[in-house]
Design a protein around this ligand. Structure first.
Ligand code: XIL
Length: 328
């Protein structure tokens, strides 16, 4: 079914090659996904607000479609995500009488959400981002102030892992975060996961989101992060990779196409990244991009609304960029 240019086939002895998909791209990128990817993640469809908008209402239709797509095409499916401070409805944190939900109520809701969702997809989803982005980017505090933290306390993270493990003892359970190569944040993530392991929490991996750009983070920082996390004895996955054409503080919105310099730098970066990933293939089990091709990327709207970006390995016509044949 695939020609020898397939990205997934080229890395079949190394790691999975994944893409974030949504209910539209499983149609509009169907052929591309089947040709080059062997793993998918739902971009939004399995988040709390998508699956469980009201306490007594679950809406599984779109998530089921994505699970069906993965099954029918023989692809792996990563679950994203169970406990996060974003895209979680307000009802979760309210007591229904105008006040805020207390620890016991919040824990009960977390448990029942995790049980229901993990159980529904246990035949298809092989690994879950159980907790997403719980660590602060800077400052002394380690844990991000969130309604989960305030309502339950510091052990909310460990509890989430225990609930997920009870629901599906076979699923691989990941902690997932961004700015994961920044040394300060890296050490906070490292300490958090180390403490979870020391408490006997069922955690099996760390997800490095890898929302990178042409300049940051450096290859050295990426290597250091991989080494540090791997020293915990866990599996690592690249979970949401993109290589933005813009530096973080670049707010230009007028570019209609990437410049020659951008293209050249991005090629260099991708070659370095995949060289590094191959070195660490024994600990790195999956490399997932946050999208399959530049015709659809969340970076067209983040962090600047309506600014076109070209962060992926396939162009806006869903054709492989030049660099693809160099990395495979
Ligand atoms: C993003 C989606 O791509 C967008 O469509 C949505 O509007 C916001 O969330 N880190 C994550 C992902 O863990 O869930 C985010 O996905 C991107 C950053």
């Amino acid at each position: 079914k695939r020609d020898k240019q397939s990205l997934a086939d080229a890395f079949q002895n190394d790691f999975l090659i994944g893409a974030a998909v949504n209910h539209r791209t499983i149609v509009s990128q169907n052929e591309l996904l089947n040709q080059h990817y062997n793993s998918v993640t739902a971009e939004n469809e399995m988040k709390f607000e998508s699956l469980h908008p009201k306490e007594q209402l679950y809406t599984f239709e779109r998530a089921d479609k994505i699970a069906g797509f993965a099954r029918e095409n023989g692809m792996k499916l990563r679950g994203h995500t169970l406990v996060w401070h974003n895209q979680t409805p307000d009802w979760v944190f309210e007591d229904g009488h105008g006040g805020i939900a207390g620890r016991e109520l919040l824990l009960a809701r977390m448990k029942s959400h995790i049980e229901t969702v993990v159980n529904r997809y246990k035949d298809t989803i092989y690994c879950w981002d159980v907790v997403n982005e719980a660590v602060t980017d800077d400052g002394e505090e380690s844990l991000r102030p969130s309604k989960w933290l305030h309502g339950i306390g510091q052990d909310y993270i460990e509890q989430a892992f225990r609930f997920a493990h009870e629901a599906d003892p076979n699923a691989l359970l990941f902690y997932n975060d961004y700015n994961e190569c920044n040394p300060g944040k890296r050490e906070k993530i490292y300490s958090l996961v180390k403490a979870l392991l020391e408490n006997g929490a069922p955690i099996h991996g760390i997800g490095l989101q890898a929302h990178w750009n042409l300049f940051d983070p450096s290859l050295d920082l990426i290597r250091e992060a991989i080494e540090r996390y791997a020293s915990l004895g866990l599996k690592l996955q690249i979970t949401e990779m993109d290589v933005s054409m813009f530096a973080f503080d670049d707010r230009r919105t007028d570019l209609k196409a990437p410049t020659a310099d951008m293209i050249r730098l991005q090629e260099e970066r991708y070659k370095q990244f995949f060289g590094l990933f191959r070195e660490y293939k024994d600990v790195l089990t999956s490399v997932t991009f946050w999208g399959a091709a530049d015709d659809y990327t969340w970076l067209d709207h983040f962090p600047v609304r309506g600014r076109k970006n070209w962060p992926l390995l396939f162009d806006t016509e869903q054709r492989p960029k030049e660099v693809v044949k160099e990395i495979i």
